[in-house]
Write a protein that binds this ligand. Structure first.
Ligand code: SAH
Length: 374
């Protein structure tokens, strides 16, 4: 309730909140934000937690991403030192699995300088514990944002990070695009309302949606777009590659996708702010365009199932099952969950952003020349 009271006071003093302001406060408010204190992640088959992410389903996910990083490092010319950055590492599981797999390539682990972008003090502690066995006594640096990252070639991983970045929503009306905002409902709760339409909103809407009929909704993620633009410029100037894995459509689609999840169930977005995870589909095409506009190249998005299969998940699953026959069924189930299209395989996608001139990264199809930006 503490966050609800604070939001109502803000609205009374300063007027309606944009949905992005609301989502940002619900997730990362220093005292009451959803990610700040708790552990939202559930074990795959346990009832706990609010949602399950790919690295928590199976070690294969982080291992294959670790090998993707090792392979990309070779394509970059084996820079030493090389920054290895993860955005929103959660429990630290993906990075621990990736570092274990990275030991297969001599020289690679030693070259890495690990930086974790994480706002939650509680999750930072979990990440530190998870990484202790794999970071080989080397320093791991935590930061609140990429702004503090030192210069140098970069390998960056972000799994289910962009879907947690605040989104704004707009509705097409007879008088132009109007923003959806959060107001007080007059009964100590929150409600959604529509601000006055403004001609300034149109430039924010993805071009393919601008002429959508009245009643259409458009959702966009300003922080995600500026992060992609920052990465694009940085990769173009200093070298490296970024791998973004998340859920969403390949091209921008009309409609609102923001949802709240609690205990694996949908929850009212405006009820009990700070108590549920808020997440929205990622617009991969707009991220790719923002990075390419700054000089980087984008590959994908490819479906997660296709990506993991190209990286060798089937062989890895077989090897793990041979080493632990009692777990064979569990391993097969995890592989299916990560790759089958009716599970995570199609909705989740991987997008790579790279310095220009780098060959096609592992797991991505060759770029068709026609897709190059003009
Ligand atoms: N990558 C992990 C966790 C995904 S949940 C996994 O796949 O399991 C999102 C993560 O991003 C959490 O660690 C959360 O605390 C962090 N996070 C969310 N918003 C953030 C922000 N604005 N800045 C930094 N970290 C953020």
């Amino acid at each position: 309730m503490a966050l609800l009271d604070e939001l109502l006071t803000r609205i009374e003093r300063q007027g309606p909140l944009t949905l992005a302001d609301y989502m940002g406060l619900c997730l990362t408010h220093p005292q009451h934000g959803y990610y700040m204190a708790g552990d939202p992640f559930g074990a795959p088959r346990a009832a706990g937690g609010d949602f399950v992410t790919a690295p928590e389903i199976s070690q294969m996910f982080g291992e294959l991403i670790g090998l993707w990083c090792a392979d990309t490092w070779l394509r970059l010319g084996s820079p030493d030192p090389c920054l290895l950055v993860e955005l929103g590492p959660g429990r630290g599981t993906l990075m621990a699995d990736a570092l274990r797999a990275a030991r297969a390539l001599p020289g690679f682990p030693e070259a890495l300088r690990i930086h974790l972008v994480e706002v939650s003090p509680a999750l930072r502690r979990q990440q530190e514990a998870a990484l202790a066995p794999y970071s080989a006594g080397r320093a791991v640096t935590w930061m609140d944002s990429l702004a503090a990252l030192p210069d140098g070639p970069l390998l960056l991983i972000a799994n289910e990070f962009f879907d947690a970045l605040p989104v704004r929503q707009f509705e097409q009306t007879a008088d132009g695009w109007a923003e959806r905002v959060v107001v007080a409902d007059g009964e100590d709760g929150l409600a959604m309302a529509l601000a006055a339409p403004s001609p300034l909103n149109a430039s924010l809407i993805p071009p393919g949606l601008r002429g959508a009929p009245a009643g259409s909704l458009a959702e966009l993620c300003p922080q995600g777009l500026s992060l992609a633009a920052y990465l694009g410029a940085r990769l173009a100037q200093q070298g490296g590659a970024a791998l973004i894995v998340d859920y969403g459509p390949a091209v921008p689609t009309a409609g609102a996708t923001l949802q709240a999840l609690r205990r694996h169930r949908r929850h009212d977005v405006l009820a009990d702010p700070g108590s549920a995870d808020l997440t929205a589909h990622v617009d991969f095409q707009s991220l790719a365009e923002a990075a390419e506009a700054k000089g980087a190249r984008a590959f994908g998005p490819v479906e997660q199932g296709v990506f993991l299969q190209a990286l060798g998940i089937d062989a890895r699953a077989e090897a793990l099952a041979e080493a632990a026959p009692a777990k064979a069924e569990e391993i097969t189930a995890a592989r299916r969950r990560l790759t089958a299209s009716e599970q995570m395989g199609s909705l989740f996608k991987a997008l790579a952003l790279t310095a220009p001139g780098l060959e096609t990264p592992a797991g991505f199809p060759e770029r068709h020349p026609g897709r190059d930006p003009t």
